[in-house]
Design a protein around this ligand. Structure first.
Ligand code: PMV
Length: 354
């Protein structure tokens, strides 16, 4: 088979995934909800090669092409994913992979989501398992095994929920080894999947990403998930967010922007409180992040401008607004000295072949 190319969007979580009940299978403690982003994406091409090792080349935003090795935590998962799909297919061939990102990586703009979704899709097709790519629920499970849970939400168009089984939400302190019989692990794997809430044409929301620091963050989200439940507030978050998850899903379906915005901000701050109080603590916010959060609240208070902030595992601020307000918000962001540049995103389709 010749070269396969897949494009996948990053997504911004309105309800965040932080912390797992089971780390080997990447099973989250809580459901999460996101919107796919039109201008933050990864395009990945894969083909079979005659060489002895898999070759993975990545062209990060405004950087030289770099060769990945199975050394760091995230690359390990990536090479494992290649191996897993190869073994399942029974085709014993090495691959050449080339991937390009349209935005800064590892800076809280979900670069792992777009890259792992694009990679998994392209590999499944190359290794003759196109039906697993076309069945979007199965595709989402396959993506999860890459190591980036949030990537699951890039499998489908528009607004997507990442479901986790009820047992996982209730598993205070995570599962113990004795609980994880093959049957139960399989149950967790099957139940940990994506579900579309609405497609990209449902609602013209916009995410303006205000870049305050494009550098790679110091603590990866893979490491953060491992220590999330060391925060004394972690179980409280799991409890208090359940109502917010229902409200968020409903607010998307009803196009109720005020309720959605309130949920988005509450969940971002709730997740960052967990990060800052875990052991060791992780602070992703910088001075610029805080300045923008304060400004966004001021715009609402003083100008009646409906915009809401949310931050992933990085200092860059996502401002969620309605399309009609984008010019005014862009103008206001330009006046903040911390903002280096902005990325404008509408709601986008999920991973697809190009
Ligand atoms: O998918 P991961 O393992 O990179 O974790 C991502 C976690 C956050 O981006 C902080 C939140 C989310 O749900 O996207």
């Amino acid at each position: 088979m010749s070269k396969i190319t897949v494009k996948a969007p990053a997504n911004i979580a309105f309800i965040k995934y932080w912390g797992r009940s089971e780390h080997e299978l990447y099973i989250p403690r809580n459901n999460s909800i996101s919107m796919n982003l039109s201008n933050c994406y990864t395009i990945t091409s894969v083909e079979f090669g005659e060489q002895n090792e898999d070759i993975v080349e990545v062209k990060y935003f405004e950087k030289e092409v770099s060769l990945l090795t199975p050394n760091d935590l995230k690359s390990k998962a990536l090479f494992r994913q290649i191996e897993r799909i190869r073994q399942e297919s029974g085709i014993d061939k090495k691959v050449k992979i080339y991937s390009e990102n349209s935005f800064p990586a590892d800076a809280g703009i979900a670069s792992s989501a777009s890259s792992f979704a694009a990679l998994t899709g392209a590999l499944l097709i190359l290794f003759g398992q196109k039906e697993k790519f076309e069945d979007k629920i199965e595709f989402s499970r396959q993506i999860r095994l890459c190591g980036s849970g949030s990537a699951i939400r890039s499998s489908m168009d528009g607004f997507v929920e990442f479901l986790t089984p009820k047992e996982s939400i209730l598993a205070k302190g995570g599962f113990e080894q004795k609980d994880l019989t093959p049957k139960f692990s399989q149950y967790l794997h099957q139940g940990s999947k994506a579900k579309q809430i609405a497609d990209q044409n449902h609602w013209d929301l916009v995410d303006i990403v205000a870049i305050v620091d494009p550098q790679k963050k110091l603590v990866s989200s893979s490491k953060g998930h491992l220590i999330a439940d060391t925060s004394p507030y972690f179980e409280t978050r799991i409890l208090e967010m359940q109502n917010r998850i229902d409200l968020t899903r409903k607010a998307i379906l009803d196009k109720d922007f005020k309720t959605l915005g309130r949920c988005i901000e509450e969940d971002s701050t709730s997740m960052h409180a967990i990060m800052m109080t875990s052991n060791p603590p992780v602070f992703y916010w910088g001075a610029g992040s805080i300045q923008i959060m304060l400004e966004v609240m001021k715009w609402r208070r003083e100008d009646g401008l409906l915009a809401y902030f949310t931050l992933d595992a990085g200092p860059n601020v996502h401002i969620i607004c309605q399309k009609k307000d984008t010019q005014e918000i862009q103008k206001k962001l330009k006046a903040i000295s911390f903002v280096k540049w902005t990325i404008y995103n509408e709601v986008s389709a999920g991973a697809h072949i190009v």
